[in-house]
Design a protein around this ligand. Structure first.
Ligand code: C5P
Length: 210
């Protein structure tokens, strides 16, 4: 069973994906981490995330097991990630990485922007996780403050809106809800309630199939 979980930044898709993976005993791939790791690798090499050749080389050299979970979560790296993610050549390299992960016969939970539309269009269950922009901003602000980053609500909200725009307007694999995706708005849901709602959607689909 492949479960595709798509949605914008800080919508709760990562939390929902992790909860589903735990509940159903599946492995999970946070595909945003791949773009973030590519952005970080370019920055670490002193390069510009807008440099396509450097970004493609970093995508080819990417080792999933060596991704630095702590360092990829900064807002600077998030912005670099959204730049490299707009490059078709980078997406082509990472598409292969993601499909190889999805090929495991046991199945997987994969979260990102284009899992249900491009990477795994035949996924058994698709979720599109959303939340209102101010709610998403507050969640990301709490995360960044916990990491010791100082940024104002207003500045962060503008950054997230800019990232949404870039993700939704790019020509290759833009963020959009797949036709057969179930929408899950987490604006007013606790973490437990959001995961519970997602589990119910998957259970309903499984019951329909049996
Ligand atoms: O989900 P997260 O914020 O970690 O993703 C970082 C960036 O990677 C996003 O802004 C988006 O541009 C890009 N991304 C993507 N396709 C995916 C996952 C992430 O373009 N499947």
């Amino acid at each position: 069973m492949i479960i595709a979980v798509d949605g914008p930044t800080a919508s709760g898709k990562g939390t929902v994906a992790a909860g589903l993976a735990k509940h159903f005993g599946l492995k999970r791939l946070d595909t945003g981490a791949l773009y973030r790791a590519v952005g970080l690798a370019v920055l670490d090499a002193g390069g510009d995330p807008g440099d396509e050749a450097a970004a493609v080389a970093a995508a080819r050299a990417l080792d999933l097991a060596a991704i630095d979970e702590a360092r990829i979560r900064s807002s600077v790296v998030g912005l670099a990630a959204s730049k490299v993610a707009a490059m078709s050549a980078v997406r082509a390299v990472l598409r292969d990485t993601q499909r190889a992960f999805a090929a495991d016969p046991v199945g997987a939970v994969m979260d990102g922007r284009d899992i249900g539309t491009v990477i795994c269009p035949n996924a058994e269950v698709k979720l599109y996780v959303t939340a209102a922009l101010p709610v998403r901003t507050q969640r990301r602000l709490n995360e960044l403050h916990a990491r010791g980053e100082t940024i104002s609500f207003k500045e962060l909200q503008a950054q997230i809106a800019e990232r949404d725009r870039r993700d939704m307007e790019r020509t290759d694999s833009p963020l959009r809800q797949a036709q057969d995706a179930h929408e899950l708005d987490t604006s007013e849901l606790s973490i437990a309630a959001a995961i519970e709602a997602a589990v119910r959607i998957v259970d309903r689909r499984n019951a329909d199939m049996s």
